[in-house]
Write a protein that binds this ligand. Structure first.
Ligand SMILES: Cc1cc2nc3c(=O)[nH]c(=O)nc-3n(C[C@H](O)[C@H](O)[C@H](O)COP(=O)(O)OP(=O)(O)OC[C@H]3O[C@@H](n4cnc5c(N)ncnc54)[C@H](O)[C@@H]3O)c2cc1C
Length: 315
């Protein structure tokens, strides 16, 4: 049973299902098209083979997912990966409103995946000191689900991790972040993802599906004041001061500017009797590195590859 039907949970459900296992996939949210809002949509290359294994790559490309390579602005000059054989493989940019529903639908398409939406887990069932499932509420009614393995894929501040009393360490963040989806912005570098490593500030301009570009800024915390006073003015001023960036105007901003002021990172002990954690539930990384989605895919794959055969043999 998997708690959390987002990237990590759907990926694990699909890979278990491909090996013939039966999975209950629970999520607190009730809409199959729900998506994570606080994310800037870059998938590092290490996630690409796993997207392929899920059968998602071609479908996402058809929905406009952008294959992209980075270019880095630094105070010491530009770094542009060349076409040499050892240059990094491309990553992808795809908005979560495109990615999340597709992964959830792919999981739901397997007959051996029971997608249980609107199921909020609040604690773990235990038998003889071993985790044996979960309990929670669905539309105000109590439910329980028993399983041989309970997977916590329920993101940052995981209920599964807290209920299992996993050890964890956290660190505070020296930067805050804000981002916006921009429509109609000039893309001077085509499908390249522009990165500004300004030490200590960092910013990215990411071409995405639907002709949208995502601009995300990670200034050091001492610059927070103007963003708190007048977010859109501070965001635009910051964007237009980025060296070599295309001009960003207020009318480019599509939807809200969103972000996080004090985003702590957490590393959690990810396994115990009868349960395992994957994705943000296991390690919530600094969003600065745009690695969380591929980490979610990689940890799902690690768990499935380590446990599927044993679970199949004991079914
Ligand atoms: C500002 C910001 C920008 C980011 N940008 C990037 C980026 O560009 N690239 C990148 O790779 N990563 C990025 N990340 C990180 C990325 O968003 C996460 O690492 C990723 O979403 C983790 O996926 P997950 O499946 O582990 O968890 P989540 O996507 O958080 O999903 C958890 C799921 O569990 C469900 N759930 C939670 N609690 C319960 C419960 N009690 N019962 C039932 N269901 C529950 C939720 O509804 C949700 O569906 C960013 C993060 C932030 C904060």
């Amino acid at each position: 049973m998997i708690v959390g039907a987002s990237i990590a949970g759907c990926a694990a459900a699909i890979m278990y299902a491909q090996q013939g296992l039966r999975i209950a996939l629970l999520d607190a949210r009730s809409d199959i098209r729900a998506h994570k809002v606080l994310c800037t949509h870059h998938l590092q290359p290490c996630g690409a083979p796993i997207l392929q294994r899920l059968g998602a790559t071609e479908k996402l490309l058809a929905l406009g997912m952008v294959e992209t390579v980075p270019k880095f602005w630094t105070p010491w000059g530009m770094i542009t990966p060349d076409a040499a054989e050892n240059s990094p493989p491309p990553g992808f940019n795809v908005r979560r409103e495109t990615l999340d529903p597709l992964l959830r639908q792919l999981a739901n398409d397997y007959q051996n995946v029971d997608l249980l939406l609107g199921h909020r887990v609040s604690g773990l069932l235990t038998k003889n000191g071993t985790t044996a499932g979960v309990y929670g509420t669905e539309q105000g009614s109590a439910f329980t689900v028993e399983a041989r393995l309970t997977v916590g894929a329920d993101g940052k501040d995981s209920t599964v991790a807290r209920s299992a009393r996993c050890d964890s360490v956290s660190a505070s963040n020296g930067r805050f972040s804000y981002f916006a989806q921009l429509s109609g912005l000039e893309r001077p570098d085509g499908e390249s993802s522009l990165s500004w490593f300004m030490d200590p500030d960092v910013a990215y301009l990411l071409p995405n599906d639907g002709g949208i570009s995502v601009l995300v800024v990670f200034p050091a915390l001492d610059k927070l004041g103007p963003f708190t006073d007048d977010l859109s003015t501070a965001f635009l001023a910051y964007a237009n001061a980025l060296p070599g960036a295309p001009p960003v105007r207020r009318e480019h901003i599509f939807g809200k500017i969103v972000g996080t002021k004090h985003f702590s990172t957490t590393l959690t002990d990810p396994v115990g009797n009868g349960f395992a954690l994957i994705g943000d539930a296991a390690a919530t990384n600094d969003p600065l590195w745009g690695i969380g989605c591929s980490w979610a895919l990689e940890t799902a794959q690690m768990l499935v590859d380590a446990t599927a055969q044993m679970l199949t043999e004991t079914t």
